[in-house]
Unconditional design. Structure first.
Length: 397
């Protein structure tokens, strides 16, 4: 979201607080995604929790949910808060979806749902296990928290999040439609929606004071989204930027009406934002291709949420990351470990499994900003830092 979109958002939120709350129709979001049903919650993890409770009510005899070994710990939090058993499966390094053999081994008669995560906003595949999932009556949930507005590479007319039984999105910090609040559930199923609606009606709403607090947060976020000011929040350790933690409990409620209206308004900027993210991706891909230590992402012309690339060995990755962070570039490693090694969660899982691909990704991954405030000079600065760290390799063409 560029300068125009960010400042428009702040102005709109301020105006919206004075308005009387309107009925949460979500028409703009539903029409944009081509979704039959949608519900707006307070966060992405809240959306997943509500969705899992609904699916569990529809099939109470099944209690296991399969998730990728490399994903956001918020996914694990939602599964455990819903009272379900978390089952971890390794990923593949091709599109960051599941390892076919690992996923197939974990599916059984107790499996309630498989969560397919579109990491970095890129469409992950089930790698041929779709038939097995469908045959055994297992719900397929698409975690499109990082992929709002992105399409499938095989079916460009289909938005990610709409191919499974249900999907969910997040509008938190750093997401494609980043308004610092909210999560969305979408489904084409009347049966699932009716169950979702029952749970939604039992959740609390929000006060005027909470809406005013939201305005303050979105104003600060607008200020520090400028790449020239990245260094300020990165040097304030109490903000804990870039850190990922497992939190076994979290608040659940309906989303702010103000934030929901803001999300619907911001859709008009999204297609232009996707175009710029694609252009920035292409620029990075063309520059890094001459370095043998750099492994590019699966598609080099796609609107990634952040540009992901891998550098081996880990010591080299850490050196590059340290330099990029020190210069306030907005670079980040993403999730630091697989789920089974994450502090706090490891004890809950009691999982002694081996997830080599997830481990390899966590040890080698670097991600770079590609949003519309990243300009040519920012990209060149990032590239030059990486090039210096990789000195001694073949010169860039």
């Amino acid at each position: 979201m560029g300068n125009r979109g960010l400042f428009s958002l702040v102005a709109y939120v301020l105006k919206s607080i004075a308005r009387r709350p309107e009925r949460a129709s979500l028409d703009s979001l539903r029409l944009y995604l081509n979704a039959q049903h949608a519900l707006y919650l307070s966060s992405g993890r809240c959306a997943l929790w509500v969705l899992l409770r609904a699916l569990s009510a529809l099939n109470p005899s099944k209690r296991e949910v399969i998730v990728p070994a490399y994903t956001c710990p918020a996914v694990a939090s939602a599964v455990l808060k819903a009272g379900l058993k978390l089952i971890v499966a390794d990923i593949n390094l091709r599109d960051f979806g599941y390892s076919r053999s690992d996923l197939a081994q974990r599916i059984n008669e107790k499996t309630l749902a498989v969560i397919l995560v579109h990491l970095f906003g890129y469409p992950a595949s089930l790698d041929g296990t779709e038939e097995q999932i469908k045959k055994q009556g297992i719900w397929l949930i698409e975690d499109a928290a990082q992929a709002f507005g992105n399409e499938s590479c095989q079916a460009p007319s289909v938005k990610l999040g709409l191919s499974g039984d249900a999907g969910f999105f997040s509008f938190g910090r750093g997401k494609p439609l980043s308004i610092l609040h909210g999560g969305l559930i979408v489904t084409q199923s009347d049966e699932i929606y009716e169950q979702l609606l029952e749970i939604y009606k039992s959740l609390k709403g929000h006060s005027l004071i909470q809406n005013l607090g939201y305005l303050a947060r979105i104003s600060l976020y607008t200020l520090f989204s400028n790449p020239r000011l990245y260094w300020i929040p990165q040097r304030l350790p109490w903000l804990r930027l870039g850190e990922t933690h497992f939190r076994p409990d979290f608040p659940v409620s309906r989303g702010y009406g103000t934030a929901r209206r803001a999300a619907e308004r911001m859709i008009v900027f999204l297609e232009e934002e996707k175009k710029i993210r694609t252009e920035n991706t292409q620029w990075y891909a063309s520059r890094f291709q001459s370095f043998p230590e750099v492994q590019s992402p699966p598609h080099q012309s796609y609107p990634y949420l952040r540009y992901p690339f891998r550098v081996s060995p880990r010591a080299l990755r850490d050196r590059i990351l340290s330099e990029l962070v020190a210069k306030g570039t907005g670079a980040a490693p993403f999730y630091p470990t697989p789920l089974n090694e994450m502090p706090g969660l490891a004890g809950c899982l009691q999982d002694q499994g081996d997830y080599p691909n997830a481990k390899a990704l966590s040890d080698s991954l670097l991600t770079l900003p590609v949003h519309s405030l990243v300009r040519q000079r920012h990209r060149e600065r990032i590239f030059n830092i990486v090039k210096i760290c990789l000195k001694g390799l073949p010169k860039h063409r």
